[in-house]
Structures are given as structure tokens and as C-alpha cells.
Design a protein around this ligand. Structure first.
Ligand code: ADP
Ligand code: MG
Length: 352
């Protein structure tokens, strides 16, 4: 019942404070009414995770390595955030896996950045990134690995999943991150090990014409290579392109977890897919990669007119293809634009 006068005290953060509130109201003698109300009962991380049967060691890892996400999830009672964070914590190498890496001369140095499930490991002075592949990723990367294996001579077949971490990295293409796959057979998990590259294109704004030109040349070559193997990258965007200032400057595609065979369903990041290309189930085709690259250029290489991707009207998808084309024609220098345009419309001038 609402109090008309007097003090109001709200108890929160106690597991069961209704009884306590009643008792305080009884024992506090006061002329003015002193209303003590029960607040929301305290929520635990286990409550938020619900009935999924959380593994204790993963919950411990959540608290240790994802403390700000855990705090936010509890404060905002956000069960989805708690579950996503649980999945990330679960995707990190377990202590037993880390021991196995240690035995092969790797030293773990923690998350690649706070909140990530990717970790950095050193072998001597070389830094690597270790990423656990999720179920869908295992199959897709496995199929790509098999395709690459067919291309390489048996003695160079380093991409085959291996039980030793000392296999060589497979150099896929100069502008695609080299990798090897390692299977933790005891826990049935597959990890992708790759060199740690410099930062991604994500935080950069407004690339120079020279850099834009190099970006198009190098990524076009990388995508053409993948398409020639009947695969698409499937998630071309600034966060999946690493940069190195060189000289010479170099751009490298990462995140091969999204790789997919042409014709199968692809999980592209929606804000980078033009509105009229995305459907509820987007199928892998070279077009998806070219258009995602076009949106990336519209975001990063158009001077003061760079498109803001993923916000406002276009938060759920990129603008339609015609708008992207118009934007690039207007804002990219003609020589630079010609490089990508030629690929996007190769032999298909008026139909895309
Ligand atoms: N080899 C690498 N070198 C440097 N940074 C990397 C590397 N691989 C991933 N990252 C960083 O980690 C982020 C997430 O990695 P990514 O493979 O894209 O996984 P996700 O599936 O989470 O998108 C990237 O956006 C990038 O910032
Ligand atoms: Mg990524």
C-alpha cells in the first residue's frame, strides 16, 4: 500500500526480504509511519542462466574473464546477455586445453581484447590467436580445409586437423589469414590457430585513395581465390579485415569461421548486406562477398561522405544496392571504383 506521509525505505539486494520488511515495520517505533517495502529479490547468475544446466567451471570463467558483462547482465536482468556471455566463456580454451598448448611450447597471454573468447598465445616471440570453432564453423572450415588439401601436395598438407600443435600454418593466400586446425581430442573441440595480425579496419575512418586502391586490389584477389574454390567468405566487413601499414600496406581477411560453400546458407552480418540482397535465408554466392566489400568501401573510403553503417534507418541492413552504387560512383575516385565495379559486374553488366 502506498504511504501518504512519513519515510519510505526500499530493501533490495536481499534474497528474501519480504519477511524482513514486515519485521522492521513492526519493531521500529516511530510517530511518523516508517514504511519498509520489499524490493526485487536478488538475482544470481545461475537464475539468469535458467535451466540450461550451467557448468560450474564455465560460470567461474564468466566471473573472471567477463566480469563487466556479468555485472551488466545482473544489473539489467538481461538473461540473453548472460547466455551470450556464457557461450563466450565456454568457447575459451579450458585449463586442460591450455596445459596441452603449454606442453607444446605455447604460453597463453589472455583474451585478445576484453569480452572476446579469442585468446593470444605466444610461441617464442611469435604471437598467435587461438579461436575455438563452433559447431557450424567446424563443418564449414573443415570442408574448406579439405578443398585446400586437394590443392596442396601431401607433404604440404598442413591444414589437416592435427593432434600436434607444431604443424606448419597453411598459407592460403597472401591476403587471407594463414591458419592451422588443432583438435583437442579429449574434449572434442577444434581450435583455429593463426598469427596475430595488427588491428582491424574497424576503428579506422576515411582511408586515403592510395590505401583504398590497395584494399580493393588485395581483397579482390583474395575473394576471387575463394570463389575459384567454390567458397565465399560470407562476412566481409571492417571487423574481419586486418590492416598492416607496411610498407607496403597490406589488408588481410580474417574470420574464416563464416566461410561457406557456394549455394549453402550464409551468416553474413546484416548491416553490411544491402536491403534487397538479404532474405531470411541468404545463400552463399560471390555476389554476397562483392556487395559486402562495396558496403565496407562506402563506410571507409568515401572521405567526409563515408556511410554510417548499422545505424538509424539502416541499422538492420545496408541501403539497397542502387543507393550503394550511387554512393560509390559519387564518392570514390573513378580509377579506384573501376577496380571493384569490374569484378562486381563481370560479364553481367545490367542485371545486378
Ligand atoms: N589473427 C588475428 N589477428 C588480430 N586480431 C584478430 C585475429 N583474429 C581475430 N582478431 C580480432 O578478434 C575479433 C573477432 O575475431 P573473429 O575471428 O572475427 O571472430 P568472431 O566470430 O567473433 O567475429 C576480430 O574482429 C579482430 O578484432
Ligand atoms: Mg568476425
Amino acid at each position: 500500500m502506498a504511504a501518504s506521509r512519513g519515510f519510505r525505505l526500499r530493501l533490495t539486494g536481499l534474497a528474501n526480504n519480504r519477511g524482513l520488511a514486515r519485521r522492521i515495520n513492526l519493531v521500529v517505533p516511530c510517530d511518523e509511519p516508517f514504511h519498509v517495502e520489499a524490493g526485487e529479490p536478488t538475482l544470481t547468475l545461475e537464475d539468469l542462466l535458467g535451466s540450461r544446466g550451467a557448468i560450474k567451471s564455465v560460470v567461474r570463467r564468466m566471473r573472471l574473464d567477463f566480469s563487466s558483462q556479468v555485472t551488466l547482465a545482473l544489473q539489467t536482468r538481461d538473461a540473453q546477455l548472460a547466455k551470450d556471455t556464457y557461450d563466450r566463456a565456454e568457447a575459451m580454451p579450458s585449463h586442460l586445453t591450455i596445459e596441452q598448448f603449454n606442453m607444446e611450447g605455447y604460453q597463453f597471454a589472455g583474451q585478445i581484447f576484453p569480452g572476446s573468447s579469442l585468446v593470444v598465445a605466444y610461441q617464442g616471440l611469435s604471437a598467435f590467436v587461438v579461436k575455438m570453432l563452433k559447431n557450424g564453423e567446424r563443418e564449414r572450415v573443415g570442408a574448406f580445409r579439405d578443398k585446400l588439401s586437394l590443392l596442396s601436395r601431401p607433404c604440404e598438407d598442413a591444414a589437416t586437423t592435427t593432434s600436434t600443435l607444431n604443424a606448419d600454418l597453411l598459407n592460403v593466400h597472401p591476403h587471407i589469414v594463414p591458419f592451422k586446425l588443432w583438435e583437442d581430442t579429449q574434449r572434442g573441440r577444434i581450435f583455429m590457430v593463426m598469427p596475430r595480425l595488427r588491428e582491424t579496419l574497424e576503428p579506422l575512418r576515411d582511408l586515403s585513395n592510395d590505401h583504398a586502391s590497395v584494399l580493393i586490389t588485395q581483397l579482390t584477389s583474395a575473394l576471387r581465390f575463394l570463389h575459384g574454390l567454390d567458397f565465399v567468405h560470407g562476412d566481409v566487413k571492417p571487423a574481419n579485415i586486418c590492416v598492416s601499414d607496411g610498407p607496403p600496406a597490406s589488408f588481410v581477411l580474417i574470420d574464416l569461421g563464416s566461410i561457406q560453400q557456394i549455394g549453402k546458407r550464409v551468416n553474413a552480418t546484416p548491416p553490411y548486406v544491402p536491403l534487397d540482397l538479404s532474405r531470411s535465408s541468404l545463400l552463399a554466392s560471390p555476389d554476397v562477398d562483392w556487395w559486402m566489400l562495396a558496403v565496407t568501401l562506402a563506410e571507409k573510403c568515401c572521405g567526409k561522405n563515408c556511410l554510417v553503417v548499422g545505424e538509424g534507418r539502416w541499422s538492420a541492413s545496408a541501403p539497397p544496392k542502387a543507393t550503394i552504387l550511387e554512393h560509390l560512383t559519387k564518392n570514390l575516385s573513378p580509377e579506384i571504383w573501376a577496380g571493384l565495379h569490374g569484378e562486381m559486374f563481370r560479364g553481367d553488366e545490367n542485371t545486378k
